[in-house]
Ligand binder design. Structure first.
Ligand code: ADP
Length: 179
């Protein structure tokens, strides 16, 4: 399913984000940039050790990556040039700034995309796995943040959401319809 905003396409599909070519792939990382389970583990496994080697250098220069921000590395063996490691919020009550932090994590990736002149960028559903963000709310925040960006000046031609399971896909489809 896709819609056009500005001159760019926003598309959502079900699949494995490590398998689909894009200029840049966003990762749902943790603030220690230490790798982990879920999509983070899949990206490191498929991309190989070059990604962690760059994160080691980044970690030696700064203390990880705060929730709501992102850092860029090589994509190693993935079919992409870059991985943008974005840190979403851990969902607690919904009253601890989670909404702003989730929007900010997506905006940090979109800013990196502009900086690196990325034309195609793929996202997983940040924070809705282990971090527990309810997917109905998270999908609305993710898509409205990307829509707002695409309606401004951008070098992005396409933003793709790659959702791993059918339930997440259905939530994003509903959110895209009601944007
Ligand atoms: P977080 O810690 O930010 O919640 P997770 O990796 O636990 O991140 O989950 C985020 C989403 O990524 C979940 O919907 C999960 O099912 C999904 N996911 C896991 N593996 C992949 C993959 N290979 N491609 C795309 N999405 C994936």
């Amino acid at each position: 399913m896709e819609r056009t905003f500005g001159k760019s396409i926003l598309e959502i599909v079900q699949g494995d984000i490590t398998k689909l070519p894009a200029d840049a792939i966003a990762n749902a990382a943790n603030s220690r940039l230490a790798g982990g389970g879920g999509v983070d583990g899949a990206i490191h496994r498929a991309g190989g050790s070059a990604i962690m080697a760059e994160l080691d250098v980044i970690r030696s220069r700064r203390r990880g990556c705060a929730p709501g921000s992102a850092v860029a590395t090589t994509a190693g063996k993935l079919p992409a040039k870059w991985v943008f490691h974005a840190v979403g919020p851990v969902y607690e009550s919904g009253e601890k700034g989670e909404r702003d932090l989730l929007g900010s994590a997506y905006r940090a990736c979109l800013a990196l995309a502009e900086e690196k002149h990325v034309r195609t960028l793929s996202f997983p559903s940040i924070s809705t796995g282990v971090y527990g963000y309810p997917v109905r709310e998270a999908s609305a925040i993710a898509l409205s943040t990307v829509k707002a960006h695409l309606e401004g000046a951008t070098c992005l031609q396409k933003v793709l959401f790659v959702l791993f399971d059918a339930g997440t896909l259905a939530a994003y489809e509903d959110a895209l319809r009601s944007l």
